[in-house]
Design a protein around this ligand. Structure first.
Ligand SMILES: Cc1cc2nc3c(=O)[nH]c(=O)nc-3n(C[C@H](O)[C@H](O)[C@H](O)COP(=O)(O)OP(=O)(O)OC[C@H]3O[C@@H](n4cnc5c(N)ncnc54)[C@H](O)[C@@H]3O)c2cc1C
Ligand code: SF4
Length: 526
C-alpha cells in the first residue's frame, strides 16, 4: 500500500460529470486527479461496429438487482474514461420548470432547492461549451428561451419525418430534437456524417463525448487520469469532520491512498451511494453524508414506451443518428395521462442497426431463426420507431443497500431494489396506446408496441439534493451537507427526474457546482 502525494482534488469517475468538475477546477489552477475504474478509452478506440462497441460496456456489474422492475444496466452503465457518455446517444433535452417544484405545485414528489431559472444560464453555457444543434425558438411553446443553440438542427431522414403526420393528427407538435452533435463544423470538430453509429461511440468527434469536450480541456490544463483505479472508500480525518482522500485499488490490484483537499464522487447514481455506504467509520456509522439515512434512497428510472411501425416505402432507417430527429413535450404536463401522474417526453426516428440496443432484431424479441430472418429483411426497408420516456416519482423504498457479498477488493456488492408504482406504469401504458394511434395516423402498414417488459432507463437519485441534512444528502451544488469538502456529481443528485434525458442537466449542475467550489476554494478546501 502506498499513500500518494496529496493533490487539490481527487475525482472518482472520468465520465460526464467528473469531466466537467475536472475542467472547471483545472481551469482554476487546481491539481486534479481523476480515478477511473475502467480503461483509458481514446478516440482511436471507437470503431463503428456492434461487436467492437461492446468492449466499451461493463461486463458483469457489482449490483444485485431486485424488485418487480429490476434496474437494467444496458441503458445505465459506463465503464472507462468517458463513462456512459462515450457511447450515449447525445439527446440533449432540458428539464422543464415544473420538474423543479412538483411538491409545491402538485403535492407529489419533492421540490428541488433551486428553480429552472437558476439552472437556465448553465444550460446555455453548456450548449456553447460542448456544441448543441437544435431550434430553441421552436421550443418556446414549452419553456422560456434566452439563447439560441449554437448550431442549426441536424438534417432529418424519412424514418423520422414519416411520424410527424401521426403526431399532428392527434393535435401534437414536434420540433427538431436538440442533440449534442455538430450539424456544422464546431470548435475544430467536424459535422455529423449521419451514418448512425453513435451508440458504439462516435469516432469522428462530431458527437460531444468527454474526450472531445470537458475532459480534453481538463487534460490540456494539467489534470491527470489514472485508469484501472477502483475507488472503494472515501477517507475522513480523525475527527470525522472533513474528508481527506480516497482508498482505491490499482491495475495490479494493490491498495493505494490518494490524499486530497477535496473529493468529488462522479461514479454515477449507483456507485456513488455504494462508496458512501462503504465509507462508514465510528464517527459516521451509517456511511458518509448519511445521518438522514437517505444515501441510496429515492432511486428513479425512466420508463420507455417504444412503438414500432413498418411503412410501405424505403425509410432509410440506417441513416441519421442513434438519438432523436424530432421531439415533443406536448405530453410533458404532469396530468397529461388519464389516471396516472407524471411527464411523458416523445422522441422520433433513431437510426437502426441490425443488433444490440435498439437494433432491428430487438424490435421483435419474440421471433427466432427463419422467422426473425424474414422479419429483418422486411424491416430493413420500412421499419421506424418512436419512443416516449416516462417519469417515475421519487420513492424512498426504491433504494440501494450494501450486500453481504463482496467483490475481489472486499468491497461489498450493492443490492438495488426497484419497483414502479401505478403512476409510472400508467404513464408508460398510456404512452404505448397513444403511440399506436400515432402509428396508425402516420400510415404504418403494421405497428406494434413494445409491451414485453417495462424498461428502466437513466438511473437517477440515490444521493438527492435538498435544503438540509434532514431531507437530503447534498445541497444544490452537489456539496454534501455533512462534509463541506465532499461533492457529488451526476443524475444521482436529482430529487425528481422529469421525463427528459438526464445528461444536459447534469452537465449544467456540475458546471454550477464546480464553479461554486472554485469560487469558495479557501473556505471549502481548508
Ligand atoms: C446506451 C446509453 C445511451 C444513453 N443516451 C443518452 C442520451 O441520449 N441523452 C442523455 O442525456 N443521456 C443518455 N444516457 C445517460 C448518460 O450516459 C448518463 O446520464 C451519464 O453518463 C451519467 O453521467 P455520470 O458522470 O454520472 O456517469 P458516467 O458518465 O457513467 O461516469 C461514471 C464513471 O465512473 C466510473 N466508476 C464507477 N465506479 C467507480 C469506482 N468505484 N471507482 C472509479 N471509477 C468508477 C465508471 O467507470 C464511469 O466511467 C445514455 C446512457 C446509456 C448507457
Ligand atoms: S451519426 Fe454523426 S454523431 Fe453519430 S457516429 Fe456518425 S458522425 Fe458521429
Amino acid at each position: 500500500m502506498a499513500t500518494l502525494e496529496k493533490v487539490d482534488v481527487v475525482i472518482v469517475g472520468a465520465g460526464a460529470s467528473g469531466s466537467v468538475f475536472a475542467a472547471v477546477l483545472a481551469r482554476a489552477g487546481k491539481r486534479v486527479v481523476l480515478l477511473e475504474q475502467g480503461p483509458n478509452w481514446e478516440m482511436r478506440d471507437l470503431v463503428s461496429s456492434e461487436i467492437w462497441g461492446r468492449r466499451l460496456k461493463p461486463t458483469g456489474s457489482p449490483f444485485q438487482l431486485e424488485g418487480r422492475n429490476a434496474v437494467g444496466f444496458a441503458y445505465n452503465s459506463g465503464w472507462g474514461v468517458g463513462g456512459a457518455t462515450l457511447h450515449y446517444f447525445a439527446n440533449f433535452p432540458r428539464l422543464l420548470p415544473t420538474d423543479f417544484r412538483m411538491k409545491s405545485e402538485f403535492g407529489r414528489g419533492l421540490d428541488w432547492p433551486i428553480t429552472y431559472d437558476d439552472l437556465a444560464p448553465y444550460y446555455d453555457r453548456v450548449a456553447r461549451d460542448v456544441g448543441v444543434s437544435g431550434d430553441a425558438e421552436a421550443e418556446r411553446r414549452w419553456r422560456p428561451v434566452k439563447e439560441p443553440y449554437p448550431m442549426p438542427p441536424l438534417r432529418t431522414f424519412r424514418h423520422g419525418e414519416i411520424w410527424v403526420k401521426g403526431f399532428e393528427a392527434l393535435g401534437m407538435h414536434t420540433v427538431p430534437a436538440p442533440v449534442a452533435i455538430n450539424s456544422v463544423a464546431y470548435k475544430g470538430r467536424p459535422a455529423c456524417i449521419y451514418d448512425g453509429w453513435c451508440h458504439v461511440g462516435c469516432p469522428t468527434g462530431a458527437l460531444a463525448n468527454p474526450q472531445v469536450t470537458y475532459l480534453a480541456e481538463a487534460l490540456g490544463k494539467g489534470a491527470v487520469v489514472r485508469p484501472h483505479s477502483t475507488v472503494t472508500r472515501v477517507l475522513t480525518n480523525a475527527k470525522g469532520e472533513r474528508v481527506s482522500g480516497v482508498e482505491y485499488f490499482d491495475q495490479k490490484k494493490e491498495r493505494q491512498v490518494q490524499e486530497a483537499s477535496v473529493v468529488v464522487l462522479a461514479a454515477f447514481s449507483a456507485q456513488n451511494p455504494r462508496i458512501l455506504l462503504n465509507s462508514a467509520t465510528d464517527r459516521h456509522p451509517q456511511g458518509l453524508a448519511n445521518a438522514s439515512g437517505l444515501v441510496g434512497r429515492y432511486l428513479m428510472t425512466h420508463t420507455g414506451a417504444a412503438v414500432w411501425g413498418i411503412f410501405d416505402e424505403h425509410v432509410e432507417n440506417y441513416m441519421g443518428i442513434t438519438g432523436a430527429q424530432r421531439m415533443s413535450y406536448d405530453r410533458y404536463p404532469k396530468t397529461s395521462r388519464k389516471g396516472a401522474f407524471g411527464s411523458t417526453f416523445w422522441v422520433l426516428g433513431p437510426a437502426l442497426k441490425p443488433n444490440d440496443l435498439g437494433g432491428i432484431a430487438n424490435a421483435r424479441g419474440d421471433l427466432f431463426g427463419l422467422e426473425l430472418d424474414a422479419f429483418m429483411k422486411r424491416a430493413a426497408r420500412g421499419l421506424a420507431k418512436i419512443q416516449a420516456f416516462g417519469e417515475e416519482l421519487p420513492n424512498p423504498e426504491n433504494r440501494l443497500e450494501l450486500s453481504t457479498d463482496k467483490d475481489e477488493f472486499g468491497f461489498p456488492l450493492a443490492r438495488i431494489f426497484h419497483t414502479y408504482d401505478q403512476d409510472a406504469l400508467g404513464v408508460w401504458s398510456g404512452s404505448l396506446d397513444e403511440g399506436m394511434q400515432i402509428a396508425k395516423a402516420a400510415g404504418a402498414k403494421e405497428a406494434w408496441p413494445a409491451r414485453a417488459a417495462v424498461p428502466t432507463i437513466h438511473l437517477c437519485g440515490g444521493t438527492i439534493m435538498g435544503t438540509s441534512a434532514g431531507n437530503s444528502v447534498v445541497n444544490s451544488y452537489g456539496q454534501t451537507h455533512e462534509l463541506a469538502n465532499l461533492y457529488i456529481g451526476g443524475p444521482g443528485i436529482y430529487p425528481t427526474e422529469g421525463a427528459s434525458n438526464p445528461t444536459y442537466a447534469l452537465n449544467a449542475l456540475s458546471l454550477r457546482g464546480a464553479e461554486q467550489l472554485a469560487a469558495n476554494w479557501t473556505s471549502i478546501a481548508g
